[in-house]
Design a protein around this ligand. Structure first.
Ligand SMILES: *Cc1c(COP(=O)(O)O)cnc(C)c1O
Length: 401
């Protein structure tokens, strides 16, 4: 089929063909065939496949409604639009997250109120949320960092006491459960990502889950120009040429090509998750004896961990090298790593706009300084896992203090 040098494309930052990249999608001939079928069908954008993906995804997470969109960023934007966010409002967001979680609040001119995290889990701190609530607070966007669920029931209790909405950024959290409840079935909205390095992928894609039919309708309409009828109905045999614009919407619909990929990925989501769980357990076993690192928080009592990330932390006092130097050593040894995340309050835009400095959220900053994300994806071979373990051990042991 493809004549592209695959390993070159996927590990463009490294020179060696043995380089283990930080992330890789798990895609094989099932996905290829599903995509080709759509390409040959004559209907390549939003249509029956997108609808099928929505129905299957809603069922998988226990939500009444699922609206497929082209990113989690779009999903969160639409959820905030559906609750009527306005420029004078505030939305509580953890500082320890990706750009998307807060930028969607800025789309409305509203204020993302950043709060600190719990050091053990990297997840937003419940007590810090409580302190951040004001009469202007309209919503909270908690993030399940690495796929380890936040205390979402407590957050919902707090939110309903204050009359505010909960929109989960579940970009890392599929499949994921807490106290036998699936992430996707709990809050007002749950937004998932199917970006290339997420737990299931459609290359680019996202899903909004909600149990509220009006919100689901609003998100669907606004995902396609604010037009009151789905375009695919317009162009199908039951449709007509008539349409009505009820609001200035967006262009966030998911293509059938992407949805076909998503349907296949959804089928193997649990299988891929258990492979990541296995990788995490191998890493934990191997690194538990090193006193220069701490293992990711993984008290999995009443929790199904999605293991989207394996977040190792160094103990700086025990090492001659900095975190950044260790990442560089690993890269040279052929292991791609990353850091999740540079807290939002450390970025220029948020510092300029809101006067933050690096020390404003001490837990987030301290954990960020220690964090190294190791490769954890289901297409890793056993030899890849062994190789990562060996190289991490070598570099840490030979630089121990
Ligand atoms: C990936 C990610 C997003 C954005 O997802 P897209 O589908 O790329 O828009 C949002 N939040 C977090 C925490 C993420 O990791």
């Amino acid at each position: 089929m493809s004549t592209f040098p695959k390993s070159k494309l996927l590990s463009s930052s490294a020179d060696s063909p043995d380089f283990i990249p930080f992330a890789l999608p798990d895609i094989n001939s099932d996905e290829e065939e599903a995509v080709i079928e759509v390409l040959r069908s004559g209907w390549i954008t939003t249509g029956h496949k997108a609808k099928e993906f929505e129905n299957k995804f809603a069922e998988a997470v226990g939500a009444k409604f699922a609206v497929a969109v082209n990113s989690a960023t779009a999903a969160m934007h639409l959820a905030l639009e559906a609750i009527g966010l306005a420029d004078d409002d505030e939305v509580i967001v953890p500082t320890y997250t990706f750009a998307a979680t807060a930028e969607v609040v800025r789309y409305f001119g509203a204020r993302p109120v950043l709060v600190d995290i719990d050091s053990d889990t990297f997840n937003i701190s419940l007590s810090e949320i409580e302190k951040a609530v004001t009469p202007k607070t309209k919503a909270i966007i908690p993030v399940h960092i690495a796929g380890y669920p936040v205390k979402i029931e407590e957050i919902n209790d707090l939110a309903s006491r204050h009359g505010i909405h909960v929109i989960e950024d579940a970009a890392h959290a599929f499949p994921c459960e807490i106290n036998n409840k699936k992430i996707g079935s709990i809050s007002d909205f749950t937004c998932f990502s199917f970006y290339a390095n997420k737990t299931i992928t459609t290359a680019e894609g996202g899903m909004i889950c909600t149990d509220n039919p009006e919100w689901a309708d609003r998100c669907r309409i606004m995902s396609l120009h604010g037009i009151s009828k789905d375009a695919w109905k317009r162009f199908s045999s039951q449709g007509s040429w008539k349409y009505n614009i009820i609001a200035p919407g967006f262009k966030y619909n998911l293509t059938d090509i992407a949805a076909a990929l998503g349907i296949v990925q959804l089928d193997k989501a649990e299988q891929m998750r258990s492979r990541r769980e296995y990788i995490a357990s191998e890493y934990n076993k191997a690194f538990s004896s090193l006193d220069s690192v701490t293992l990711p928080y993984s008290d999995c009592k009443n929790v199904k961990h999605a293991w989207q990330l394996y977040m190792l932390r160094i103990v700086p006092e025990k090492l001659r090298l900095s975190r950044d130097q260790i990442i560089e050593e690993l890269r040279k040894a052929g292991v791609g790593c990353s850091v999740h995340y540079i807290p939002l309050h450390c970025h220029k835009y948020y510092q300029d706009k809101y006067g933050f400095n690096d020390n404003n959220f001490p837990n987030a900053y301290a954990e960020y300084k220690k964090e190294i994300s190791l490769p954890i994806y289901s297409s890793m071979k056993n030899s890849d896992i062994m190789s990562v373990i060996e190289k991490v051990q070598n570099i840490l042991l030979s630089n121990a203090l």
